[in-house]
Design a protein around this ligand. Structure first.
Ligand SMILES: [Zn+2]
Ligand SMILES: [Zn+2]
Ligand SMILES: [Zn+2]
Ligand SMILES: [Zn+2]
Length: 494
């Protein structure tokens, strides 16, 4: 099966379907576009408008089916009116309002599976050609609590009160599996996160280092998949179903629990995560040693010091990860100056616990790199040289890790390069004006900064203008054009 000239789908008894490049692909090249077969609320969702997906307080109900919408316009959006609205209205199943509309609403569990089932009836050909063969991991899921949860909240609900017994129990469970295993998160135009089922994107296997990059347009939810790096003909295409900055123990646990497979990719198998040391702890018993897993694919093995006899267990390591993750989560919403201060405090606290490149130090860096230069009292022109240097250091350390685990033209690289260029310019200017560097050195530093900004523009121009990254891309382009235009003047008059 060929989706377009860039990709060929292959099949293998062990791993199922996978995709390879049908020719040499250049970084940035479009591989495919796809529209969702169906989309809707994620699992564990609070009540959303069934038209536009914005969270609602449930005071406005659709006049036809009595389920939540924001207003009479949203009631007519086809995603609702041509899907569950008809089903709920004709079966007279009522929505039960929650006391707290921000709570998880179990009645919403059925919405997205129902939309997939109805899409199957509307487009049986696409279902047969692209969707039916999607991975469900039903064998394994059957043994987990999720199976019973789905039986009660989705299968029995749809076949009972919603009078949809034309869909078999097996089929409904399979649809739930497809969604669990294959769906991608997207931001609806309301800004709220939903899930989408993209049959063509789902063909690609997972790897903890992806070589493709996808963007989803929040207006029409179309996805565009591009090569993140150069991929040779017949090279396998990989996307990642997990957060790339997490350490192996956490990524693998997430993939087993939510995607039902055990990742054994090169990164997962490597003690140092390809040299990044994202999972590595410093030894607490000696000065120079670090703790590494003796068997990276195990959740129970020993972790040993590289220098002394000290050892601990994978479980204890995971406990440390959980503690710092909780601290990071607790400051997630804090922005501005306070946001910088509390993250720097966590950074200092754990500097002696983790390898400098570890996941959690890196996650804190990602936030700090963007806060320095933006937060009140820390805007880019207010920052003293010491903090300009701090911002440079944060960005460079982050880029070192990204080079390995998010290689190529990825969003986070584009953003980080953008963050890096401004302090480089400011530092160069200050050093020149105080006589620390001469004009030639100044010119060279300015050229370097300008080139970094250019790289950031190259990456971020791939983002859609209606996304935050796309907006940043436009700002970056403008700064780059201004810098280019006035470059000589800047050097001469500095
Ligand atoms: Zn709405
Ligand atoms: Zn309705
Ligand atoms: Zn992996
Ligand atoms: Zn040691």
């Amino acid at each position: 099966m060929t989706y377009n000239a860039a990709l060929t789908v292959k099949k293998n008894d062990q791993v199922g379907r996978y995709a390879v490049a049908s020719r040499d692909l250049k970084a940035g090249e479009l591989i495919l576009t796809d529209s969702p077969f169906a989309y809707g609320p994620k699992s564990d969702s609070c009540p959303l408008c069934l038209g536009c997906s914005v969270p609602v307080d449930c005071s406005n109900l659709c006049s036809k089916c009595s389920w939540p919408v924001c207003n009479s316009e949203c009631k007519f959006l086809s995603v609702h009116s041509e899907n569950e609205c008809e089903v709920f209205a004709s079966a007279k199943v009522k929505f039960q309002p929650l006391e707290d509309p921000t709570d998880v609403c179990l009645q919403y569990e059925c919405i997205t599976p129902l939309r997939v089932l109805l899409a199957k009836e509307k487009d049986p050909r696409r279902w047969e050609e692209e969707v039916e063969m999607m991975e469900t991991h039903n064998e394994l899921r059957r043994t987990k609590p999720i199976w019973y949860f789905n039986q009660v909240n989705i299968v029995d609900y749809l076949r009972g009160p919603c009078k949809l017994n034309r869909f078999s129990e097996d089929l409904i469970h399979s649809v739930c599996g497809m969604l669990d295993v294959n769906s991608f998160e997207a931001r609806a135009s309301s800004g709220y996160l939903i899930r989408c089922l993209y049959p063509k994107l789902a063909v690609m296997s997972h790897d903890c280092v992806s070589n493709i990059h996808h963007t989803i347009d929040s207006n029409d939810l179309k996805v565009a998949v591009k090569a993140a790096i150069n991929i040779p003909e017949n090279g396998e295409l990989f996307c990642s179903y997990t957060y790339s900055l997490w350490p192996t123990l956490i990524r693998r646990e997430f993939l087993i629990e939510s995607k039902y497979f055990e990742c054994k990719c090169n990164r997962c198998q490597d003690k140092t995560e390809l040299g990044t040391h994202l999972g590595t702890l410093k030894c607490s018993k000696c000065d120079n040693g670090v703790l590494l897993s003796t068997d990276p694919l195990s959740f129970t093995c020993e972790w040993k010091c590289t220098h002394c006899e000290f050892k601990t267990s994978a479980m204890s390591v995971k406990k440390v990860y959980d503690i710092v993750q909780r601290e990071i989560d607790s400051v997630e919403m804090i922005t501005g100056a306070e946001g910088i201060e509390c993250r720097e405090a966590i950074y200092r606290k754990y500097r002696s616990v983790f390898h400098p490149k570890s996941a959690y130090m890196t996650i804190i860096r990602t936030a700090l790199a963007q806060l320095y230069g933006r937060a009140e009292g820390y805007t880019i022109h207010e920052l003293p040289d010491l903090l300009q240097e701090r911002k440079v250091e944060l960005c460079k350390q982050l880029l070192d890790v990204l080079d390995v685990i998010e290689p190529g033209l990825t969003r986070i690289r584009g953003i980080t390069l953008y963050e890096l260029h401004a302090p480089l310019i400011n530092l160069a200017r200050n050093q020149y004006s105080s006589g620390v560097i001469n004009k030639d050195e100044f010119r060279k530093k300015m050229e370097e900064a300008s080139d970094i900004l250019r790289q950031s523009v190259e990456i971020l121009k791939n983002e859609l203008p209606n996304s935050n990254e796309g907006q940043l891309g436009l700002v970056a382009q403008e700064s780059y054009d201004t810098l280019k235009e006035n470059f000589e003047l800047l050097i001469e008059t500095a």
